[in-house]
Each structure stands twice: as structure tokens, then as C-alpha cells.
Design a protein around this ligand. Structure first.
Ligand code: UDP
Length: 473
């Protein structure tokens, strides 16, 4: 009689910052438990196709990637999921939810073979897929790709809504201070991510997903004990919460030595140790033209060496152009030799380079973990998603970043002046500062967390034990 295959199904969220850590944690799970196979059900997302086709995703025979069929509206030859009316943006809740019947069908098909599906791991964006797990009585875990600080904030928002009748959208533009489990400081309402105060369904989505996550079998988080110890402890002590598994940092540190970016790396090779300010704002972060000019002026007046990944506000993800025409006249000539303006940056390789002494960042969670991994201090300049709360944590709770503006956001009218930015760059690049020392400490702690016997490895082993318990049912 043939032996049943034990299968774990991953439903990763759209976006490179979601798929990369999901692949990394899947590989770790497979290393830990050789009886398991893992299948990824992929939502169509052109921005990650190059990565999902790469050898990184296809080197393990027990790891399979299946593309879910395209949605009806995506199949029309003229469709462009970012812009055409009637189509929700790739990363929106509505877009993800439309895939639920496709996920259901794929799971059913797998269950019809000699495969025993013993668990679903759904990305935090795909929480509505927990319905599929419930319907087929498959234990469902959530993969939370942000820090545990944001998870705790979401849980606080749920509690305020469900247990205290608070309308959380009223926090918009308020000066309230909010107590969030595990945070050492009260959280100012000004650093609440826009989605939390969004009256057009965003706030509803946050609270609904927090409710669902509380009912999940467990929550895997891309963080590590020493980075967010108080918050992990606080959520773990809450008996209404499922087990929390901090399994990070989950990073793809693979870099291709001879690539289109070799030129940038060779330029870094010629710069002194810790001398270069690296500026990069994630896969979607860009600024208004006025803000770009202030930033350029700040770099010029600081006299620091810099490497700047420049994007315009609302520049499409797939548009590789570098909008140098917005820069002040003569900027590129005057900074020639000392600075470089580029498009997409080889961020992981840049942060690992000894010449880089500081990172001006939008504080996307993967960027935070990459910076900590290499011990590079940050200057916090959040733009979209949950980045404001990350920025607040980095500055006020962890002490690994200086502040540019922790309450900056993409739709704000704020323009941070050249003087403010230059002052932040000076604090960032200061030798021997507390922030630099703390970042160096985090480098040690992040690699210890994922080394044999480290906290995140232990946590992963606990998770795998729990998953395997489902195989004997
Ligand atoms: N990234 C990169 N080059 C860029 C911009 C981003 O390599 O020019 C990578 C970065 O290293 C990180 C990911 O894209 O791994 C961005 O994830 P993060 O969570 O920081 O931000 P998001 O793009 O999800 O807002």
C-alpha cells in the first residue's frame, strides 16, 4: 500500500516582501521534518514572477509552487490590475478575497489524491482563506510578515472595538496616546498606520483579521525574541491568543556576484568603511517632487557619500525609470564621485557592504530585518502600509534608529525640510553613537536567533511538532 504524502499548503500574500520570507520559512520547515511536503498556491502577481521562477524557489523537490488560475477580469487582454476600473489593486483585501473559491478548489483537488493536507499557512493578507481551513477541518496557521509590534497593535484595535465600543477611525488626526500590549511607551495616534483609521473599510479589515488570527492554530512571525521581547512575552501571556512562533529573521541573503548591479558594488568597494549613507524606500516608496528636491539638498549640504534609490510618488512598481529630471539643476555634477543615484537597489548586498554606515529607510519590515542582520543603524522615514508603527518602535522602543519623521505618510502634506533631513543624517552617521552600538548588538542577536539552538530555531521546532500532531489525527 502506498504511503500517504503529508502536505502543508502555503498561501503567501502578494508582494516580494511576503513571498520571500514565506519561501524561507517553508525551507526551514522542510529541513526540520523530512516527512513533509509543501505546496504554495500563488496569487497572480507579475512583480514577483522573476523571483518565483528563480532557482531559490525550485531547489527542493518537496517544495512545489502552483499558480492559481487568473481571475476572470485579469484574463481580458487589455486588463491591467493596477489601473483599470473594476479591478482591485493586487495587494488589496478585495483582490485577495476573490481568490478564495480558487484556493478552495485547489485544496479539494489535493485532498482527492493520496495527499493528506495537515495544515494551511495563510499570509496575514490572506486571512479570509482561514474559511477554507475551517470548512475542511484543516488546522490553519497565520504567517505574519510584519513585526509582532504591529500584531499587538491590531489586537489592541480589536479589543477597543469589540470590548469597549471605540470607533478606531476617530484616532485619525487625534493627539491621543494609546496603550498597546508589550510596548514600553504609549503609542501616539499619529503613528497609527492609515489603514487603522480608514473609514472606507480598512479599519474593518484590520479588526476582522485580528478576530480571525486570534482563532487560528498559531501565528508564525518574522521576528526574533531579542528584537521584540516585551511584546512577544505579552502576547504569549494572553490566554485568548494562539501560540506565537517567532521564527525570524527570514531573509534571502543570496546575491549574484556578477549582476547588473556589479557596478554599484564596485563603487562601494572604493568608499571608506562606514562612510556611505544608503537611502532606499521599499518596493513602493516614492516622494513628491518637492520632497525629492529637499532630500537632494540635504544630501548635498551634508557632504556625505550616498547611494540613493530614487523613485517618484506613485511611480509604478514595474516602471524602472530613474526620475533624475526632478533633481535640482547641476545636482548630479556637483555630487559626482561622492554620490550615486540609482533605481532598484541590490539592497541586501548594499547593506552587507562595509562601506555602508547608515540606512535612511521607509521601515518596511524586511528592510528592518536586513538592516539589523548587518548591524546598520537606520533613519526612520515611513511612507505607507504599517511603517509608521515600525518606525516608532525602531526609534522609541528598540533604539536602533534616529528619526526623520515617524509620522510621515504617503498622503500627507508634510514636506520634511532639507535642514531636518540633514540633521537626521548627521545623527545617523555619528561614530560611536548609542544607535550604532545598539544596531551592532542586534547583528549578533539576529544571527544567534537563527543559529542551531537559537530562539527562532527552537520556536520553529515547536511549530513543526504542532503541525505533525495533526498528522496522527
Ligand atoms: N528591495 C530591494 N531593492 C529596492 C527596494 C526593495 O532589494 O530598491 C527589497 C528589500 O531588500 C526588501 C524588499 O525589497 O527585501 C522590500 O521589503 P520591505 O518589507 O522592506 O518593504 P515593502 O516593499 O514590502 O514595502
Amino acid at each position: 500500500m502506498s504511503v500517504e504524502e503529508l502536505q502543508l499548503i502555503f498561501i503567501p500574500g502578494p508582494g516580494i516582501g511576503h513571498i520571500v520570507p514565506a519561501i524561507e520559512v517553508a525551507k526551514l520547515i522542510l529541513n526540520e521534518e523530512t516527512r513533509l511536503s509543501i505546496t504554495f498556491l500563488l496569487i497572480n502577481d507579475p512583480s514577483v514572477r522573476e523571483y518565483t521562477n528563480s532557482s531559490r524557489c525550485h531547489s527542493d523537490p518537496h517544495l512545489r509552487l502552483l499558480n492559481l488560475p487568473k481571475l476572470e477580469e485579469e484574463r481580458s487582454p487589455s486588463s491591467d490590475s493596477k489601473t483599470k476600473s473594476g479591478l482591485a489593486p493586487v495587494r488589496s483585501r478585495v483582490h485577495v478575497d476573490r481568490h478564495r473559491p480558487l484556493v478552495r478548489e485547489a485544496v479539494l483537488n489535493m485532498m482527492a489524491t493520496r495527499t493528506r493536507v495537515i495544515g494551511l499557512v495563510v499570509d496575514m493578507f490572506c486571512w479570509s482563506m482561514t474559511d477554507v481551513g475551517d470548512e475542511f477541518s484543516i488546522p490553519t496557521y497565520v504567517f505574519f510578515t510584519c513585526g509582532v509590534g504591529f500584531l499587538s497593535l491590531m489586537m489592541s484595535m480589536r479589543r477597543l472595538t469589540d470590548e469597549h465600543g471605540v470607533d478606531i477611525t476617530e484616532f485619525k488626526d487625534s493627539d491621543e496616546l494609546i496603550s498597546v500590549a508589550g510596548f514600553l511607551n504609549p503609542v501616539p495616534a499619529t503613528v497609527l498606520p492609515s489603514v487603522i483609521t480608514d473609514k472606507n473599510g480598512g479599519a474593518y479589515g484590520v479588526v476582522s483579521s485580528a478576530r480571525r488570527m486570534r482563532k487560528s492554530r498559531g501565528i508564525l512571525i518574522n521576528t526574533f525574541q531579542e528584537l521584540e521581547a516585551n511584546i512577544i512575552q505579552s502576547l504569549s501571556n494572553d490566554d485568548q491568543m494562539p501560540p506565537i512562533y517567532p521564527v525570524g529573521p527570514l531573509l534571502n541573503l543570496e546575491t549574484t556576484p556578477e549582476s547588473e548591479f556589479s557596478d554599484v558594488i564596485r563603487w562601494l568597494d572604493r568608499q571608506p568603511r562606514n562612510s556611505v549613507v544608503f537611502l532606499c524606500f521599499g518596493s513602493e516608496g516614492g516622494f513628491s517632487d518637492a520632497q525629492i528636491r529637499h532630500l537632494a539638498a540635504a544630501l548635498e549640504s551634508s557632504g556625505r557619500r550616498f547611494l540613493w534609490s530614487l523613485r517618484r510618488r506613485r511611480q509604478r512598481k514595474t516602471d524602472p525609470s530613474i526620475p533624475i529630471e526632478i533633481l535640482p539643476e547641476g545636482f548630479l555634477q556637483r555630487t559626482k564621485g561622492a554620490g550615486r543615484v540609482i533605481g532598484w537597489a541590490p539592497q541586501a548586498a548594499v547593506l552587507s557592504h562595509a562601506a555602508v554606515g547608515g540606512f535612511v529607510s521607509h521601515c518596511g519590515w524586511n528592510s528592518v530585518l536586513e538592516s539589523m542582520w548587518h548591524g546598520v543603524p537606520m533613519a526612520a522615514w515611513p511612507i505607507y502600509a504599517e511603517q509608521q508603527i515600525n518606525a516608532f518602535q525602531l526609534v522609541a522602543e528598540m533604539g536602533v534608529a534616529v528619526e526623520v519623521r515617524v509620522d510621515y505618510r504617503e498622503d500627507s502634506e508634510i514636506v520634511v525640510t532639507a535642514e531636518e533631513i540633514a540633521a537626521a543624517i548627521e545623527r545617523l552617521m555619528e561614530e560611536g553613537s548609542a544607535v550604532r552600538e545598539r544596531a551592532a548588538e542586534m547583528r549578533e542577536k539576529s544571527s544567534a536567533a537563527v543559529a542551531d539552538g537559537g530562539g527562532s530555531r527552537e520556536s520553529l521546532a515547536g511549530l513543526v511538532r504542532d503541525i505533525m500532531r495533526n498528522s496522527s489525527g
